[in-house]
Design a binder for this molecule. Structure first.
Ligand SMILES: Cc1cc2nc3c(=O)[nH]c(=O)nc-3n(C[C@H](O)[C@H](O)[C@H](O)COP(=O)(O)OP(=O)(O)OC[C@H]3O[C@@H](n4cnc5c(N)ncnc54)[C@H](O)[C@@H]3O)c2cc1C
Length: 379
């Protein structure tokens, strides 16, 4: 078990102290699907966005597990799961690849505003014809003098409607495959980068996503992140961070939900008995607890292996699978324990159930994670 330092605990406490204010109005935002700019500023004023970046860019220099420890606190204390999801996208989509692989001049130009939250970031990988099969992306980037010209469509790009900076992955090689993908950092106002209209979605509704169209979009060569053709390896690094950071938020959310479910089951009396005394209910709640603890252990264990630079292909897949399915099952169980009240909007659990469906789809679906584990078993 990782021992957190006093400083890390203090940072988490400070974040949890503003959690209620960050979540305020989340039910209304679930209906209106409006991105909470005010809460975003509040979050930017906390230390969260600074956590994993070097001090010279305004960061705190925290490692992956410590950054996750903060994010778990956000998930626990802030009931706006859309805001939480947008925040993890902010950390991992552009800041993380830029920090690790970007040139010094690219970092100097963009990292400070990402770290202080004044630039909102997004990453565009999925395309209309392929999310699971992202490696076969069709979006192309063709060299032209001192630039690349990008053409293609991207879909489901979280934060896109409010983003200032995009990391776009496009094909620079003639044939699909790992060595032919390149990551580009593109400013929102770049001619040829066009956003699609508002997309209504089931959950995480305060976290907007949109299509991104690239129509002869000219990007200077200096805006390539890493080397030309290294996009697949950059994405591999980013996906580890994305999975570990976004699903540890779910662990915090599951803990908050578990506490509310325990309290409700203890005080809800039917036929003279608290429903918590029915084994069918208490075992359901125990399953919520076991799944949450299992997900937490796998996520932090995997994060430590990532920090040590070990091969974590299978551990990341298991962590993602366990945590996303645990969150979905936990939300469904909470609705069942609350009965008719769980089904109403008032208690927020139906919203949590809708939110939790996203996790078994984004960052590689449940089926894709199982495929990865099967491949490691030579199946
Ligand atoms: C809330 C949310 C946020 C997102 N944010 C982003 C973002 O910021 N940037 C971005 O680029 N993308 C984002 N996505 C897109 C996401 O990564 C894709 O939706 C996901 O990878 C699945 O791709 P797809 O939708 O094309 O489904 P498909 O790949 O068409 O899959 C459809 C179904 O077929 C199954 N399937 C596909 N291939 C196989 C296979 N080989 N074996 C077994 N089953 C298979 C899938 O598991 C799924 O059940 C987001 C999605 C959601 C829901």
């Amino acid at each position: 078990m990782i021992q957190w330092t006093d400083e890390q605990r203090a940072l988490r406490e400070a974040l949890e102290d503003i959690g209620a204010a960050l979540g305020e109005g989340h039910s209304e935002r679930d209906q209106t699907a409006v991105f909470p700019h005010g809460q975003w500023k509040m979050l930017a004023g906390s230390d969260l966005f600074r956590a994993p970046f070097d001090q010279r860019w305004g960061g705190l220099g925290m490692d992956l597990p410590a950054t996750m420890y903060l994010l778990e606190g956000l998930g626990y204390s802030c009931r706006d799961a859309g805001l939480n999801f947008s925040a993890s996208t902010q950390l991992v989509s552009t800041g993380i690849p830029l920090h690790r692989f970007g040139s010094e001049s690219l970092k100097a130009r963009y990292l400070p505003s990402i770290v202080n939250g004044s630039s909102i970031t997004a990453h565009a990988i999925s395309e209309p014809d392929g999310g699971s099969d992202a490696l076969n992306m069709r979006c192309t980037a063709v060299e032209a003098d001192d630039s690349y010209i990008l053409d293609g469509n991207k879909v489901f790009v979280t934060n896109a409607p409010v983003a200032d900076l995009f990391t776009v992955y496009a094909r620079t090689g003639d044939h699909p495959g790992p060595g032919s993908i390149t990551a580009f950092l593109i400013e929102r106002d770049t001619p040829g980068l066009v956003l699609g209209g508002k997309i209504e979605k089931m959950g995480l509704r305060s976290s907007p996503f949109a299509e991104v169209f690239l129509d002869r979009c000219r990007v200077p060569k200096e805006n390539v992140i890493g080397r030309v053709g290294s996009g697949f390896w950059i994405l591999d690094h980013v996906m580890k961070w994305e999975i570990l950071c976004s699903f540890v938020i779910n662990v915090g959310e599951m803990r908050s939900r578990l506490e509310r479910t325990v309290a409700y089951a203890r005080q809800r009396v039917q036929a003279g008995t608290p429903i918590s005394k029915h084994q069918a209910i208490s075992h359901r709640i125990v399953d919520m607890k076991v799944a949450l603890e299992t997900a937490r252990m796998w996520l932090y264990h995997t994060a430590e292996l990532v920090r040590e630079g070990r091969d974590t292909t299978v551990e990341v897949a298991i962590s993602k699978l366990l945590a996303s399915e645990a969150n979905l099952a936990s939300a469904l169980s909470a609705v069942q324990v609350f009965g008719g009240y769980g089904y109403t909007a008032e208690y927020g659990l139906e919203q949590e159930l809708r939110n939790s469906v996203a996790g078994v789809i984004y960052s590689g679906t449940t089926e894709i994670q199982k495929n990865r584990i099967a491949a490691m078993l030579n199946l």
